[in-house]
Ligand binder design. Sequence first.
Ligand SMILES: [Zn+2]
Length: 182
Amino acid sequence: MVNTQLIDQSLFDYLLSVPFREKFERGINKSGLIGDRAATIGRCWDWIKGKHPRGYGAISLTKNGFHIHLKTHRVSWIIYKRTIPDGLCVCHLCDNPSCVNPDHLFIGDQADNMRDKRLKGRAAKADSHGNSKLNWDLVNRIRSEYWSKNLSQKELAFKFGINRSTLYDIVNRRSWVEPARG
Ligand SMILES: [Zn+2]
């Protein structure tokens, strides 16, 4: 087995080939539905074949004599959105680690990835909003992402695992108000 995260040019080209894409798409159930989230970001595409113990979908292939395992959400990003910048992660907007819907994925840094894992851990514990997990670092990120306007308020609240009224209070500084200086 080789490192699953290293994807060289020839493997990249193979992942974009029609036969591989067809094989990949046979492993997807596009009518996955996770609670009420389908209303905001669409249905999950559940990976229905092999799963990694942590819940990620896994796909194996043989390339140049090597048996390779790849995480299916990363493969999905490559097939539908192309490149994963060096050192960055593919994270889930939904809390469903086996989801490969490209619209539910985003490129994040290690902090996003850790948060992604925490969100999933928390989802597993069925903690409904987890607002108590907020800290200043998260609040500052939420505010900067809110002003960058890349995600809607719904998506942003979802990404950070908070409800929309909490998001509203944070971005309008009704909560988490910095102490006055001086
Ligand atoms: Zn999803």
